[in-house]
Design a protein around this ligand. Structure first.
Ligand SMILES: Cc1cc2nc3c(=O)[nH]c(=O)nc-3n(C[C@H](O)[C@H](O)[C@H](O)COP(=O)(O)OP(=O)(O)OC[C@H]3O[C@@H](n4cnc5c(N)ncnc54)[C@H](O)[C@@H]3O)c2cc1C
Length: 462
């Protein structure tokens, strides 16, 4: 398991208890897991109700159960990535993507086990492998297994396979949708458990719900974004090759509200149906709505093109999403932000918002950069420090001559030097390169901070 995955897991699991500084959250997580298990079991329960086909033997029946369970898990994968704000809110969308990734292995494993058991114990039922000779519904089952395997393998090893993110995303949607369609066709074609009219009808309802979900995500949501476009108002250069992108709603009221620190998916230069969207933290405060600002660092194709975007260009947004916000911990005694490089964007949104609200709680911003020239929002941070009870601690890897501030890598000694001794009422927000957030989390735990007082945002979803 890599650092990012561990970080996301800890981030999600940390909330499954009552947090003394925030709102009750454990109940919502448990309800979420219970609802997930109920929905995954639903197709199996429906098929077990009423008239059953005659039992063929343990391995046969077991294999059928595995097949249906696998398809139910895979069907729910579409719901997990449909970005229903309420559905993702207990954990945050990044943690939901981690579930999605693990559950893909579970779903594919179940479907593969269904096939393997038949192969071992009922080989004759599989017939010919050659699609030209085989029964179409059995070929359909094998196509679905192949599609699911391709979806999982290309996601797990996308970077090793050197698959560009945008291309991978198209392929992923195609593999998943084709695989799912082929699996449903396989079940209906074989007809073992769906032959009575009631069961066929129930199965149809379940299948149509899955289909509606796919249509909602791929057609309805992009269409809704097309109805609420944004206009680029300004593209402002910032330090270290970053830009501030300013958007204003075009012909509508704009985003009604968001929590400082949340993010949105941004599409520019394409329409939302083309899946060319990228996630960015909203750097402005909710108090500045309807205008929205994003702080973006040039890292690849899309982010490098943004500096050449002309004012007036159309943009589309899907959001807000995420739980990385001071507003998740309204009763905290203070907040400490530990960020590196462009990871400052959700922190600046929260600081801007706290300043707009006149918040007087103690705040710390530990801000790691390679050099002082890389510091983004430097002057504004000085201004925020004068309006808030905020200490800005720059940690510079390659400091200039005569630098008297902190230097090197952000570590426990630096944190201990600037934070108060009693950290029990504080909440910590970490955002930056994974090695930095990992080191900061470990240092905080060593300093006695509770795991559920540490939240992290990772700028990479899979
Ligand atoms: C919750 C969140 C908030 C973020 N906030 C910011 C921010 O405020 N400022 C900022 O500069 N960056 C932010 N990022 C990172 C930003 O999304 C990526 O840098 C950007 O998508 C890279 O695209 P690219 O084509 O320029 O680079 P590429 O070289 O194509 O991609 C670099 C890496 O970014 C990821 N990525 C690429 N395209 C996508 C996509 N469409 N969807 C999801 N991930 C993708 C992939 O892991 C890829 O390996 C955030 C990411 C997340 C997940």
């Amino acid at each position: 398991m890599n650092d990012r995955t561990k970080e996301k897991q800890q981030n999600g699991l940390a909330t499954v208890v009552r947090h003394p500084l925030g709102v009750w959250s454990g109940g919502r997580e448990l309800a979420w897991v219970a609802a997930y298990l109920a929905l995954v079991s639903l197709p199996l329960v429906l098929l077990l109700l009423g008239e059953m086909p005659p039992a063929v033997g343990f391995w046969w029946d077991f294999s059928m159960g595995l097949g249906f369970a696998g398809l139910a898990v895979i069907g729910m994968q579409f719901a997990l990535t449909a970005r229903f704000p309420r559905l993702t809110s207990p954990f945050g969308i990044d943690v939901i993507y981690v579930f999605h990734r693990y559950l893909a292995w579970v779903g594919m494993g179940l479907v593969a086990a269904h096939f393997s058991i038949l192969w071992l114990f009922h080989h004759e039922a599989l017939g010919a492998l050659n699609p030209l000779e085989a029964r179409w519904e059995l070929t359909s089952g094998r196509v679905s297994l192949t599609m699911f395997a391709l979806a999982v393998v290309t996601s797990q090893w996308r970077k090793a396979l050197k698959l560009e993110y945008g291309l991978w995303r198209y392929a992923h949607v195609a593999f998943a949708t084709l695989g799912f369609g082929a699996a449903v066709a396989h079940i209906l074609g074989v007809g073992n458990y769906t032959s009575t009219p009631t069961k066929a009808a129930l199965w149809l309802v379940v299948t149509l719900s899955w289909l509606c979900l796919i249509l909602w995500v791929r057609l309805f949501k992009p269409w809704r974004q097309m109805q609420t476009p944004y206009r680029v108002q300004e593209v402002r250069p910032e330090a270290a090759g970053a830009i501030t992108l300013v958007l204003e709603p075009d012909g509508h009221e704009g985003m009604p509200t968001f929590k400082a620190g949340q993010f949105a998916w941004l599409t520019i230069g394409a329409n939302p149906f083309l899946l060319r969207e990228h996630p960015f933290s909203i750097a402005s405060a909710p108090e500045a709505l309807p205008r929205l600002c994003f702080g973006i660092k040039a890292l690849g194709d899309f982010t490098s093109r943004l500096r050449d975007i002309a004012p007036g260009e159309t943009a589309y947004l899907d959001g807000p999403y995420g739980v990385f916000s001071v507003d998740s911990f309204p009763h905290a005694a203070g907040y400490a932000f530990i960020v590196g490089g462009i990871g400052v964007t959700p922190a600046i949104s929260m600081l801007r918002s706290l300043a707009a609200r006149g918040d007087r709680r103690p705040l710390w911003l530990f801000y790691g950069n390679n050099s002082l020239e890389d510091v983004i929002y430097g002057e504004e941070l000085d201004d925020l420090a004068s309006r808030l009870d905020l200490r800005v601690i720059h940690v510079v890897k390659e400091p200039p001559e005569g630098w008297e501030g902190e230097s090197g890598f952000l570590d426990g000694d630096i944190l201990a030097r600037h934070l108060v001794d009693d950290k029990s009422g504080l909440v910590f927000f970490l955002c930056g390169p994974p090695p930095m957030t990992k080191a900061a989390r470990e240092a905080l735990l060593r300093l006695g901070v509770r795991a559920d007082s540490i939240r992290a945002e990772i700028f990479e979803l899979v």
